[in-house]
Write a new protein. Sequence first.
Length: 577
Amino acid sequence: MACPWTMLDLVPALRERVTAAVRAAFGEDAASTDPAVHRSDHADYQSDVALALARPLKRSPRDVAAALVGHLATDDLVAEAVVSGPGFINLTIRADNLGQGLDRMLATEEQPSSRETVVVDYSAPNVAKEMHVGHLRSTIIGDAIARLLEFEGDRVIRQNHVGDWGTPFGMLIEHLLDERATGHEAGVRELVAFYQAARAKFDADPAFAERARRRVVLLQGGDADTLALWHRLIDVSVAHFSELYERLGVTLRPEDVAGESRYNADLPDVVAELRRAGLARESERALCVFPPGFTTREGEPLPLIVRKQDGGFTYATTDLAALRYRVRTLGARRVIYVVGTPQTQHLAMVFATARLAGWVDNGVRLEHVAFGSVLGPDRKMLKTRAGESISLAALLDEAVERAARVVEEKSPHLDPAQKARIAAAVGIGAVKYADLANDRIKDYVFDWSRMLALDGNTAPYLMYAHARIRSILRRASEEGTAAIGPIAVETPEERALALALLEFPATLARTAETLQPHRICGQLYEIASVFTTFYERCPVLRAPDPVRASRLALCTLTAQVLARGLDLLGIAAPEQI
């Protein structure tokens, strides 16, 4: 993995200069006002600090802005500061500063500094069930977050909290025994059919249902033969998951599986600690924790049940055990749960209980990365025409098939093997990017035509931009003019591209804090868009030296940024499309 670029965020430096101008013009008290520097369509950057200061200073915003501009002396960073509109301050960056920043970005090979240990909990399918479209968002969003945090220098521990325990395993194991007795054990590999057959038999055959219940007791009691059969189910399921993760370009591995079963032995101790701390008490014969601030619709305290009336433990108990393990044993200082929005209250109660129990101190961040649903054209949950969940494998197959048609139309001259590789990259990349480009908290409509489009904020558009640049660089190499030199920012198009590129490292840093991958997508789209304008208006190979060398360097950096950005999203960047 390439190393991160030196942080080149211009905004903090500009904020310092605006704050210094406020202090010089209006004194220390006024300097506490947020200088609010941001990118602008009217200049490189813009500050609206004058609008915020106008009322307390009892002056018009334009008068305040004019006074500040007088103290914003041009220097090695700012070329010009002017008053705009009702009182904005437009800031223009020196061209030589932009060029030097781009040169540093192109040359940087610094190792990332070690930051902190982060646990990312994502994907979490169920054993003995085929992964379906409902697992898509957690898997894709979680993997992008894990990739990004590693790139930023964190030690990331992936945790795939699969559902591998509970009463359904009694019926699954008994069905496996029946299959084995008839010589059809291979049927376990057809996970959907296997589970459905076991469920149908459980519902229709009282004798089978009774055997299944007895099997659950044996499983929970640690019976060796039962555990061996249970492991068989897990191994087949993990192999299925791993095959899909590989197709998706997801970095989860079998060793990252940390299912519910891992914490079984810890559950009695978790409950005992909660009782000793005075947090757990009986309510209607169940043992519950009532974290402050959570109430029912009637205003009564809302319980987090940690032991049921029959003495069994709950998902909440397992989640508490997992959180305690992640902080105590794994040493996590940040724990991220990539789980759907419906689990918001449950996770908030688990987090609150863990803090009350003293397992998690105030220095540990617990974050729920919530996300909406994938909708069909009818704006309802995406399903097959028969109303069933769409298998993830079938979805990826269709994505590749559709992408193959796009590749055939765009590049009929490629050989079949190249077309197949590109179709796989484009199809799967399009599905992932369409998800990540949306604000994760919102639902989004699954639209094949939009996600596979070669224009707009799509993976194919970014891939095509990257491939176009690689083509330019190949031609330069073939012509013997591939040398790149210092970057000189001279035209408006070069300036727009420079600003977009220099903003990228800061976008990554901000996304590592906010955990909103759509911001990376937005920045990549801006880079690809302004590059297209640059390419159309600024000759590269036909330009004389040193302009050609400068523009080739700018092209090289743009290709690197696009490829790196797509890689952080878990998407390939083909050399040609």
